[in-house]
Design a protein around this ligand. Structure first.
Ligand code: ADP
Length: 601
């Protein structure tokens, strides 16, 4: 499903591209066709106008010389020549006159034919291609003129091989005889029309002048010349041969020319010119029409491209906005979800915290109870020791008192006072022990104060002095630094007593019975190491060392509370109690309590 969606989305741009390309193609084609039609029309109109101008030009040239042969026909030399062709002097004079007129009027040639068509005099008498003596009786213009009409003809010169327009008029003996009697001869003028070809050359479009038979005889496309618009039939061919109009060249259709020469041959505008049924034709350049249409198409495509780019930019902008909107929505949703999650987590945490507080409270009360219970148990244990401790000085006091009494009865005052002094000492020692007990049994809640650790150590050692002695064990105390900590002095002593008594128990069966206590300071902490020469702590025991009621001692001797209580007391002072086996043998308990203030090292 998702895959399909992705695919559809991925295909969308492709579809759009194809559609856009198809649209652009359609627009291009439509524009091209329409522009081509319009350009065709415009070009057609322009061609018509151009054709009109050319035709007028041509017409005026043809007409300009229309009357020239007519006027020349009245020259007396001409009549003389026709009457006396053997009069060489006259002929010579006529030749020169004709030459002069020819040069002035800028025609190709002016010549006089007798009634058979033989040239009597000609303006080109002194050139190698002179007409003099030539017979033009076969030319239509001669025949027409002899019939009394104005003759005109276009053809390639028989003598010169140069094409030209021939105008001929009959010559009569006098103006009065004009049109009534038979003509005496013919006055002919040859005009050059190839000038027009030069003018037309500047035009891009093919321009042709076609005779009544459909043969192209003037054109700015040299290849087309002396080719017909359509295949000529036999009669026409014969006519052409008869008049030698195009110097007997074989006339083939333009369409038979190689493709590149006849490519422009096709649509055209036409206009008839002159009196010989000529057609002036102009073939509007299809290439130009195509060019104009192409320009329009390109302009349309450019506009389309601009529109397309604008649309694309708009689309992109909209998409970006949409994306931003979507991502904003997504963000909102995510934030809401996270907030919800956080709230739930917060509630859970609050519940857990409450539970924790409850547990902590329980722990504290349990701890207090444990401390109290542990202390009581220890008191019980200590009772025997204390009784023993007090018993000894008490027995001594009694002995000293008995002695003092005896000495007093004997009157030995000195000796009596000596014994009394002993009594005083013994009772002082007892007072000291009792004082310690007092401090121990006091329930100390608010007794948090600065404690001198050396003093606590001394007090604990004093309390255990007797026990160590009884067991024949040695207690070595090494105070390397004085240290003050914050806490409860009684509890601190309780911890030390616990540890020392455990050490004493541990060395009880050992060969060497030594317990050492070292006080030092390390990194802002007071460190007390209590090491014994006992067997150390077995791994099995180490696991449960600080658990309440864990003991390896026979019942009645240990309750298993000592280390548990000690540890909790130390923790209450922000310190910690750890145990390990010393590499040199025996167990080592390490007590670390933060110093009240760092002692100088
Ligand atoms: P109790 O001394 O009443 O047994 P404690 O909590 O003080 O209770 O001690 C727990 C146990 O830890 C002892 O029973 C003993 O097995 C072990 N222990 C304590 N101190 C030492 C020590 N210095 N050497 C070896 N074992 C010890």
């Amino acid at each position: 499903m998702t895959n399909l969606l992705v695919k559809a989305r991925a295909n969308k741009p492709l579809l759009w591209t194809v559609l856009a390309l198809a649209g652009a193609l359609a627009v291009a084609l439509t524009t091209y066709v329409m522009a081509a039609r319009k350009a065709g029309g415009d070009v057609g109109e322009a061609s018509e106008r151009q054709l009109q101008i050319i035709a007028l030009d041509l017409e005026s040239v043809l007409q300009k010389f229309e009357t020239l042969p007519f006027a020349l026909g009245f020259q007396s030399d001409v009549l003389q020549a026709l009457a006396h062709p053997e009069d060489q002097l006259n002929i010579q004079r006529l030749n020169q006159t004709l030459q002069l007129i020819q040069r002035q009027s800028k025609v190709v040639a002016i010549y006089v034919l007798d009634r058979k068509g033989l040239t009597l005099a000609s303006s080109n008498w002194d050139t190698p291609t002179s007409f003099v003596g030539r017979d033009f009786g076969f030319r239509p213009y001669f025949r027409d003129a002899m019939k009394g009409n104005a003759g005109s003809f276009y053809g390639i010169g028989n003598a010169t091989n140069v094409p030209g327009y021939f105008i001929a008029q009959p010559i009569y003996a006098s103006a009065a005889a004009h049109g009534e009697n038979a003509a005496l001869g013919v006055m002919a003028v040859k005009i050059d029309l190839t000038e027009f070809e030069h003018t037309w050359r500047s035009s891009e479009d093919p321009i042709t002048l076609v005779d009544s038979s459909g043969v192209v005889f003037l054109s700015n496309r040299p290849d087309w010349k002396y080719h017909s618009l359509y295949p000529l039939n036999g009669t026409v061919q014969q006519d052409l041969t008869g008049t030698h109009q195009y110097a007997d060249r074989p006339i083939t259709p333009v369409s038979s020319l190689p493709k590149q020469q006849s490519a422009e041959f096709g649509q055209h505008v036409t206009r008839s010119v002159g009196r010989l049924g000529w057609q002036l034709m102009l073939f509007p350049s299809q290439a130009r029409i195509a060019r104009i249409a192409m320009l329009w198409t390109m302009a349309a495509l450019l506009l389309l491209a601009i529109a397309g780019i604008s649309l694309w930019a708009l689309y992109q902008r909209r998409r970006r906005l949409e994306e931003r909107l979507v991502s904003a929505e997504y963000l909102d949703r995510t934030i809401a979800q996270r907030t919800q999650e956080l709230m739930v987590a917060n509630q859970t945490l609050a519940a857990k915290y409450a539970k924790l507080q409850e547990t902590e409270h329980l722990l504290r009360s349990t701890q207090n109870k444990l401390i109290q219970a542990g202390k009581l148990a220890m008191l019980g244990q200590m009772a025997a020791g204390i009784a023993h401790e007090l018993n000894q000085p008490l027995a001594a006091i009694r002995a000293f008192a008995d002695n003092a009494m005896t000495f007093l009865t004997r009157g030995q005052g000195d000796k009596a006072s000596e014994n009394l002094a002993h009594i005083s000492n013994a009772s002082a020692r007892m007072g000291k022990i009792v004082g310690q007990l007092n401090g121990f049994s006091r329930k100390s809640h608010e007794a948090v104060a600065a404690i001198d650790l050396p003093k606590s150590i001394e007090a604990a050692a004093l309390l255990l002095h007797n026990e160590f002695q009884t067991h024949g064990a040695k207690l070595e105390i090494d105070i390397r630094r004085t240290a003050q900590v914050v806490g409860d002095s009684v509890r601190t002593e309780q911890v030390l007593i616990n540890l020392l008594r455990n050490a004493l128990d541990a060395v009880d069966n050992a060969e060497q019975k030594t317990v050492s206590l070292v006080l030092d300071c390390e990194a802002g902490e007071a460190v007390i190491r209590i090491r014994d020469s006992g067997p150390g702590i077995p791994a099995q025991v180490a696991l449960h060392l600080f658990e309440p009621f864990f003991t390896t001692k026979p019942s009645g001797k240990g309750l298993g509370l000592g280390l548990a209580i000690s540890s909790s007391i130390v923790q209450a002072m922000n310190g910690r109690l750890t145990a390990n086996n010393h590499s040199g043998g025996g167990a080592e308990f390490v007590l670390r309590i933060p110093l009240l203030e760092t002692v100088e090292t």
